[in-house]
Design a protein around this ligand. Structure first.
Ligand SMILES: Nc1ncnc2c1ncn2[C@@H]1O[C@H](COP(=O)(O)OP(=O)(O)OP(=O)(O)O)[C@@H](O)[C@H]1O
Length: 495
């Protein structure tokens, strides 16, 4: 397993009294209370022997904040600094982890909490391994439960888009060892029959909310036995567009009987109170800074903002693409538009210029969406033009450049969009065209740039530094299928 933890070699450290036999306090309390959602978890002996100073330095170096309402002393759960510190588990669950050097900070910190059965809110930058952060404990919980043939799902992971749901599914299958056959993915835009059949043997269901609700309503799925619920991209899932769906979906799984997990890179105030109503004394883990500050971009992404006249955008885009595409090996570039029609127009423009381009937006049928994304992943198309349907979560290897042709409706969305580059420790570049039309978001953008120590152009400062209250409460996060020719009520969501 991962042998390259920065804490090695351990023999140089002073020995600390082993706590390996002692379950973490919260876990122990819950077992005594007979809480069935809590499994026994205790630090491995290797982890117990790590000196506290090393743990402290890990927490400080990665700017990790752990807020546990049940205990001011968050140290009861030591971060898992190496894969060797993971609790024992059958079924080859950890085999695939060998390809990574060590857990990422969000994995290190949330895994012990999740193994111990706690509700967790995990906030960490884009591309920092949050999927395995919630995915590995989900698989372990299933394996530990030892139920041979599930008749009802035990875990549900909800994702805002179909492509992201599929990606999470793929990760669970990859890491799932022998349990992989019990994972199912359900989403809208395709037939239901096959999904209904798959649900009959599904222990873990990854789903988009609309289709999940549909199948729940027609009796194809009973969520009454779910004891592990994940809202990935949690702020999106709690935004007004999805709020009621989520409430309906979780009705059969009472908060007292389920472990609820929320992960995201952005955690706006507007969703925090609502999140609390879904959770039981959650522990909030934040990597990289204060959760109450403005949204934070991954600092390995160089952010360039160009203030332009709207009429200059297309010429500038072609210029940027010419530079990145004309060499021996064209770079992968993701181009974001706000509207579907705009995306189609820009895709045509790029195709007419002779670049290998594909598109993804809500007007395409699902098989085209998957096919085009796949072409981009494989490098058959080196430019992908997308609406914000591709802004969150998608882990596409080697995207070198993100170009925002039109600024999104919220600064959170901006952080997610540019987060499609610079993943898993890589560096990336994001170039954003900002026009006078976007000036309501200049203050928020300036704060994101400053927090990531990026240059703030004078022309952007002129638009003002005031951060306006989030304007698009209903569709700010659901921008992706706004039709520019219709009124703002014409909005559709992924189902
Ligand atoms: N411990 C690890 N070490 C190195 N790479 C990792 C590790 N865990 C996961 N990864 C890889 O990091 C990449 C990003 O992970 P993931 O997609 O889970 O990020 P994320 O934090 O969910 O991002 P986003 O906020 O954009 O959804 C993936 O390719 C994943 O395989």
């Amino acid at each position: 397993m991962g042998k390259r933890s920065h804490l090695e070699p351990t023999e140089q450290r002073p020995k600390k009294k082993s706590k390996s036999e002692k379950p973490a306090k919260a876990s122990k309390d819950k077992q005594e209370n007979g809480d069935e959602k809590t499994g026994p978890y205790s630090d491995s002996s290797a982890l117990s022997e790590i000196p506290q100073a090393d743990i402290d330095s890990f927490l400080t170096k990665n700017i990790i904040k752990i807020s546990d309402p049940t205990s001011p002393d968050a140290s009861q759960f030591r971060p898992i600094l190496s894969f060797d510190h993971l609790p024992k588990c059958d079924a080859g669950l950890y085999t695939q982890l060998k390809s990574f050097p060590a857990p990422t900070p969000i994995q290190s910190t949330t895994w012990p909490l999740l193994f111990a059965g706690r509700d967790v809110i995990g906030i960490a930058e884009t591309g920092s391994g949050k999927t395995l952060g919630f995915g590995l404990p989900c698989l372990k919980k299933l394996i530990d439960s030892k139920s041979s043939k599930p008749s009802q799902p035990k875990a549900v992971i909800i994702s805002p888009t179909r492509e992201l749901a599929m990606q999470i599914y793929d990760q669970l299958v990859k890491f799932g060892g022998t349990e992989k056959t019990q994972v199912t993915c359900i989403y809208g835009g395709v037939g239901k029959d096959e999904q209904r059949r798959a649900l009959q043997k599904a222990a873990i269901v990854v789903a988009t909310p609309g289709r999940l609700k549909d199948l729940q309503n027609d009796g194809s799925i009973d969520l009454g036995k779910v004891n592990y619920l994940v809202l990935d991209e949690a702020d999106r899932m709690l935004d007004k567009g999805f709020e009621q769906d989520i409430k309906d979906i979780i009705k059969p799984m009472p908060v007292s009987r389920r472990q609820t997990v929320m992960f995201t890179a952005t955690w706006p105030r507007s969703v925090r109170d609502l999140a609390a109503t879904f959770m039981k004394t959650p522990v909030t883990v934040t990597i990289g800074g204060d959760p109450s500050a403005d949204p934070r971009a991954n600092t390995r992404i160089k952010q360039v903002v160009e203030v332009v006249d709207g009429r200059e955008k297309e010429g500038r885009l072609v210029q940027l693409l010419t530079k990145s595409q004309r060499g021996q090996s064209p770079e992968k570039v993701l181009v974001f538009c706000l509207y579907k029609k705009e995306a189609m127009r820009i895709e045509n423009l790029i195709r007419n210029k002779g670049f290998a381009v594909a598109g993804i937006h809500g007007d395409l049928n699902q098989s085209d969406r998957f096919r085009n994304l796949d072409a981009f992943k494989k490098g058959q198309a080196t430019v992908l033009v997308a609406t914000d349907v591709a802004a969150r979560g998608l882990d596409i290897p080697n995207v070198k450049l993100v170009i925002n042709v039109t600024f999104p409706l919220t600064v959170e969305d901006y952080v997610h969009r540019i987060g499609r580059t610079g993943r898993a420790g890589a560096e990336g570049l994001a170039i954003t065209m900002f026009t006078e039309n976007d000036k309501g978001l200049s203050g928020g953008l300036i704060n994101v740039l400053k927090a990531a120590k990026q240059d703030v152009p004078e022309a952007l400062l002129k638009f003002g530094t005031t951060v306006k209250k989030k304007q698009h409460d209903v569709y700010g996060a659901f921008y992706k299928d706004v039709d520019m020719d219709k009124t703002a009520t014409k909005i559709t969501f992924d189902d």
